[in-house]
Design a binder for this molecule. Structure first.
Ligand code: NAD
Ligand code: IPM
Ligand code: MN
Length: 370
């Protein structure tokens, strides 16, 4: 029997609550479908800090590196606001991305038909929305050196973060965007700020050259990232694939998330390069949202982003395309039936908590799989 190894890192806050719903789906797929998932679990973020004094232990890093795929919940929270910078909860997430070399972060923003009313934009602007943000994830200002605060000795301090991109980093993320565009509506919009940043100049140059050399069949446009943010809320359906750097991708994907109704809806896949021998990619699947300290522990978080992240895992790590389609369909059907967590609640709908939303999606998934 095929075995598929999954390493679960629920993390903090609502990360643990939403991961519980994915665990049920995994258990059912093993039982009823012989899916062969072998799971192990670890600690990341504040929960790892409380247990080990670090944001992720070496043992858990090893397990993450060895697994076929990692499922990540969320990290962070006010409890750890004052821990040393190097061991703050977010450092665990950044280390996973860097050490697993997950340079390509795919953040689809799809507006389910039933949720057009939950968006902060007019329904006609988001109805049918299906865009994919391809965010560079292991470079840029997140990781560039120097990154420090120095005391200038005159009562002043100086903080430095460094935005760095090499040609190969831009080329490989552009290639991912072009490849994915070919499976969709064949259009890529690249966003940077070449008007003020040297890294933007190189970004634009390399994306243009990669397009000309290898992907001339794909439609390519360029936008300054600030204008891109404006266009995302003005006319979001003009976009198919957006490719952008680590920081702009972080911000633009939160904007895109709200177009779909709630941050609680947006999944993501973080992928490495295929192994030259086995063709396998390292991968981690994580919702775009954080640990939501304002609602953590209340049992009301929306588990859809986490469940949809697992659907992406089925699709990208295990090539279980039919199962991924069915799980996404199950989510759509449940929304269609008017079942809602608080963040996407609308008049006439039935409000449920995290567990009931998870159970209802699982029941629908079972029905579709029968
Ligand atoms: P957040 O995403 O945690 O929350 C923003 C808002 O969206 C909150 O009002 C929250 O209640 C709501 N929300 C988010 N996910 C939801 C869900 N599934 N269901 C219902 N409502 C949801 O962002 P924040 O408040 O800026 O950050 C809180 C902590 O999370 C910080 O420590 C931050 O660093 C961390 N964070 C972690 C990740 C991650 O682990 N991938 C991502 C973003 C932020
Ligand atoms: C995200 C988060 C992370 C990021 C934080 C928690 C490090 O906001 O995944 O979008 O900035 O990348
Ligand atoms: Mn973010």
């Amino acid at each position: 029997m095929t075995t598929r190894s999954l390493f679960l890192l629920p993390g903090d806050g609502i990360g643990t609550e939403t991961m519980a719903e994915v665990r049920k789906i995994i258990a059912w797929m093993n039982e009823a479908q012989g899916a062969g998932f072998v799971t192990d679990e670890g600690l990341v973020g504040g929960s790892a800090y409380d247990a080990h004094g670090v944001a992720i232990s070496e043992g858990d890093m090893k397990k993450a590196l060895a697994a076929d795929a990692v499922l990540f919940g969320a990290v962070g929270g006010p409890k750890w606001d004052n821990v040393p910078y190097d061991v703050r909860p977010e450092a665990g997430l950044l280390r996973l991305r860097k050490d697993l070399a997950l340079f390509a972060n795919l953040r689809p923003a799809i507006c389910y038909p039933a949720l057009a009313d939950a968006s902060s934009l007019k329904p006609e602007l988001v109805q049918g929305l299906d865009i994919l943000i391809v965010r560079e994830l292991t470079g840029g200002v997140y990781f560039g050196e120097p990154k420090q605060i120095t005391d200038l000795g005159n009562g002043q301090k100086r903080a430095v973060d460094t935005q760095v991109y090499d040609t190969f980093e831009i080329e490989r993320i552009a290639a991912v965007a072009f490849e994915l565009a070919r499976t969709r509506r064949n259009a890529v919009c690249s966003m940077e700020k070449r008007n003020v940043m040297k890294s933007g100049v190189l970004w634009n140059e390399v994306v243009t050259a990669t397009h000309k050399d290898r992907y001339a069949d794909v439609q390519l446009s360029h936008m300054l990232a600030d204008a891109g943010g404006m266009q995302l809320v003005r006319q979001p359906k003009q976009f198919d694939v957006i490719v952008t750097d680590n920081l702009f991708g972080d911000m633009l994907s939160d904007i895109a998330a709200m177009l779909t109704g709630s941050l609680g809806m947006l999944p993501s896949a973080s992928l490495g390069a295929p192994d030259p021998v086995t063709g396998k990619r390292k991968a981690m699947y994580e919702p775009v949202h954080g640990s939501a300290p304002d609602i953590a522990g209340e049992g009301i978080a929306n588990p859809i982003a986490m469940i949809a992240s697992f659907a992406m895992c089925l699709r990208y790590s295990f090539n279980m395309v039919a199962e991924a389609d069915r799980l996404e369909q199950a989510i759509a059907n449940v929304l269609e039936k008017g079942i809602r967590t608080g963040d996407i609640m609308a008049p006439g709908c039935r409000k449920v908590g995290t567990t009931e939303m998870g159970d209802t999606i699982l029941a629908e998934f079972k029905a579709l799989s029968a």
